[in-house]
Design a binder for this molecule. Sequence first.
Ligand code: PEP
Length: 253
Amino acid sequence: MRQKIVAGNWKMNNTIEEGKKLTSEIVDMVNKEGVDDVKVIIAPPAPYLSTVVGLTDGANNVEVSAQNCNEHESGAYTGEVSVSMLNSIDVKYAIIGHSERREYFHETNEQLSKKVDALLKSGLTPIFCCGETLSTRENGNHFEYVSNQLSEGLFHLGEEDFKKVVIAYEPIWAIGTGVTASSEQAQEMHAVLRKHLSSKYGTEIANNTSILYGGSCKPDNAKELFACEDVDGGLIGGASLKAKDFVDIVKSF
Ligand code: PEP
């Protein structure tokens, strides 16, 4: 059985007080709702990670993720956060290769593959993002483009390491735009990606890999998206900033 996951990416939003309130509300609601079969992940900005880890300590099924990490162990990388730093404050996940990082910070699949290695070496779980632009889709190259992101970012991993990775398919044209991929578009891409994983790691491993959908996922469309056979949850941006919306998405399973 694949792990169902709903992860909230706050991006560069919220004051610490707003972040504390949001975290406490999410923890309370998740505990009350008893959604035990869904792993809930909160990805706050780096300065709040330690506080959010403290607030989720002991909460049923709520974990904390970084939004990024550096691939180097330590050293002269001003402003960066290493995996060992994340590990030392009990952060269990890191979002890697979000399209905003690929676009604004010029992160390449090669660099991302090193970030994945650094995370796995320290026992953290990478949430590896992939997704195409609208023009790539319109040109009909989207399946090849996204499959290639997985090949270049992940396919150097051995089976045991690969089994620990979570994948998030996020079509760039759907992120923060209010335009969601239809459930048919999401399912079609997820199935292509799972087949691609299967060609490298075999059917069993591919069938056990969680592939999340991201891109304007909201309480009113999550149910239909999560009902798709190959969609194992969501990576949520805007709707993760309101506890009720976020937990309603969690409850959509
Ligand atoms: C995201 O940035 O990962 C995302 C899915 O954002 P939104 O839900 O706001 O489209």
